[in-house]
Design a protein around this ligand. Sequence first.
Ligand code: AHM
Ligand code: MG
Length: 327
Amino acid sequence: IDEKLALPVGVTLDRFIKWNQQDFPFATGELSQLLRDIALAAKIVNREVNRAGLVDITGASGAANCQGESQQKLDVIAHIRFMRALTNGGEVAGIVSEEEEEILYTGNDQARYVVAIDPLDGSSNIDVNVSIGTIFSIYRRISPLGTPVVLDDFLQGGTAQIAAGYVLYGTSTVLVYTTGRGVNGFTYEASLGEFFLSHPMIRTPEDGAIYSVNEGNLPAFPGGIRTYIDRCRERNYAARYIGSLVGDFHRNLLKGGIYLYPPTAKAPQGKLRLLYECYPLAFLNEQAGGAASNGFQRLLEVPAQSVHQRCPLYIGSPRMVREVEEA
Ligand code: AHM
Ligand code: MG
């Protein structure tokens, strides 16, 4: 990664995107516009998240999403906001969202990109004032321009992503993304309505001393994973688990650590979704010098077969991920 690529801390996201576009392989400006559309939706969702306790938008909406999980009102709101921004922005031909069973056609058949998104992840934390996030992944479509998108546009595999990132609605709101040339993080300044570059060229530590896993499921984990978790305890690693993937991931990215969501007999592919949870974070983490695996192979190379497919996830500092693979 070219150190020259880092712009000084404090530039706005808009300026950064414009500058970053100059030597992007498909420098047509469309991807830049798409990233701006995502940032705009993130600002709107941030506003909704911040006032969630004040208005009657918290609590279960009564509906269930396509995976039968109870859906929170804010999930629905975030989904709608992102769909609107991505549709009105005009750069996206189709969307896969955690909140919709089927592919969403934006009607922009001339657009070059498709997006897979989890509009609001960590939904069990919404009502209790704990950090939540948005995760997104962008591909260039492979179906011909001018026609509706097809399933294969979304199943190109993790290595085909051209951009990926997340928004963390936490103690402050940050947007972190990659276009395959390193990872940059931007912090939202609400009074100005702007994201500012605050974490240029993020590099994750080679090794870490934090492990993040739902230990309540320990008896159901594969033997190797139980062994690895025992080692973490023997070494007095810190156990840190928010239950919001974006929050747990972001902390480990900056401090060094590992996040694990192993398979169990009941959920042989774990819980997390390949297209809009695992792939984007794996791409971003590799760009920051980290690693991601399904336990057997590089996560980005796990083939995508369906849009809501699940996948075990081990992601974090490269030494820790290697050790899990060998355990
Ligand atoms: P969600 O998409 O329904 O919010 O589920 C994903 C979340 C992740 O953010 C989090 O890491 C994980 O589920 C927590 O699962 P568990 O409660 O089984 O530990
Ligand atoms: Mg999710």
